[in-house]
Design a protein around this ligand. Structure first.
Ligand code: GLY
Length: 362
């Protein structure tokens, strides 16, 4: 049975997140959005294009005036202004106007880049998200954060631009590599840690079914994660306060990602960052050591790394200073005072960060 969540903003329903086990419901969802007279450009990457482009294009052709595709090489290296420029050129050549739509078909890189194109082309056109990775399904497709990397700075250029629909076909998880699936679990575990102890415990209880990609269990898990993300982004769409809690594990995680020259997947770096942040919370006396042990065990059951070699703690700490989570000179670090309860702390010191990193650096 499909599941639907509605994301509100300013008290009004803004868009739906639809979870299904196929693309069969996409046509009806588009018809509800009255896309009949619109031209559509599907933005996707070379990996996803081979798997799903033809299928999705055929469906959209049933409910839109004309459908074209913009395919770029898969990988974080493509997430830059150069690819956005090529997208603008393709849209201008096809005479896309303000009423035409983009469709992001793929993972986080596709969703963020397509969303940024939609936010800026002709000062903003509509777009929908069709996330095909776990990470995109539980995190990046929801809440309207769009953008690209700039020089070596991740997501440095961007805009908030809400999608008109998030259509998630959970069966796309079956074509995901084990590494990519495991990376998505970094954001899933984060949701339990920051907001919902019962969900964290549910992940432990269902770890085998999740690891085996049982689609019913995956659907339940994505719905629970999406619900947490929905609540947070509804309350604070532009990250003035509470939305920063979603950055749990990201201050150290992003800095590790940079030190590793992006050779480790985002969700894995976030997982390491979560371990570091839990360690700091333990050193502060907010959590017991059991929390760290349980988190390590859970990450290992999803094949996530729990340590990394060859990285200097000093360099990681230095890189935290260029993170977007800075607020003036203070880092908005996220800590836990219990599993399921995160808070923003602007007083985390460099010594504390080094102590947290000791947990994961070998
Ligand atoms: N990925 C964190 C956020 O959407 O705020």
């Amino acid at each position: 049975m499909p599941k639907t969540l509605t994301v509100h903003q300013d008290g009004k329903a803004r868009y739906e997140i639809v979870l299904d086990t196929s693309f069969d419901g996409l046509e009806d969802q588009m018809k509800k959005l009255e896309t009949g007279g619109r031209r559509i450009c599907i933005v996707t990457d070379s990996t996803v294009a081979k798997l799903y482009l033809d299928q999705v294009k055929k469906i959209l052709e049933q409910c839109c005036r004309e459908v074209m595709a913009f395919v770029f090489p898969a990988g974080e290296e493509s997430k830059n202004l150069e690819t956005v420029q090529k997208l603008y050129e393709a849209l201008i050549q096809a005479r896309f106007d303000r009423k035409d739509w983009l469709v992001a078909l793929g993972g986080g890189v596709v969703g963020d880049l397509c969303g940024y194109g939609a936010a800026t082309y002709l000062r903003g056109i509509s777009f929908i998200q069709i996330p095909t990775t776990l990470l995109a399904q539980v995190d990046s497709s929801i809440g309207g954060k769009t953008g690209v990397d700039f020089a070596s700075y991740k997501n440095m250029v961007g805009a908030f631009h809400m999608p008109r629909l998030v259509y998630t076909n959970v069966s796309t998880l079956l074509t995901l590599s084990r590494e990519q699936y495991s990376s998505g679990m970094g954001e899933v575990i984060k949701h339990g840690l920051i907001q919902d102890k019962a969900y964290y415990e549910w992940l432990i209880q269902n770890k085998d079914a999740i690891d085996g990609r049982d689609l019913n269990v995956c659907m339940e898990m994505i719905a629970k994660s999406d619900e947490i993300k929905r609540q947070v982004v509804e309350e604070d769409p532009t990250e003035q306060g509470k939305r920063a809690l979603l950055n749990f594990g990201h201050t150290l995680g992003h800095a590790l990602e940079k030190q590793l020259s992006f050779s480790m997947l985002h969700g894995h770096c976030v997982g390491l960052g979560c371990l570091g942040a839990v360690k700091i919370s333990i050193l502060r006396g907010y959590l017991g050591q059991d929390c760290l042990n349980s988190l390590e065990n859970l990450m290992e059951s999803f094949h996530m790394p729990v340590s990394v070699t060859g990285i200097s703690a000093d360099k990681v700490v230095e890189d935290t200073k260029s993170d977007k989570k800075m607020d003036g000179n203070a880092i908005r670090f996220i800590l836990l005072d219990a599993v399921g309860n995160a808070f923003i702390d602007r007083r985390v010191t460099e010594e504390e960060m080094r102590a947290g990193l000791c947990q994961v650096l070998q």
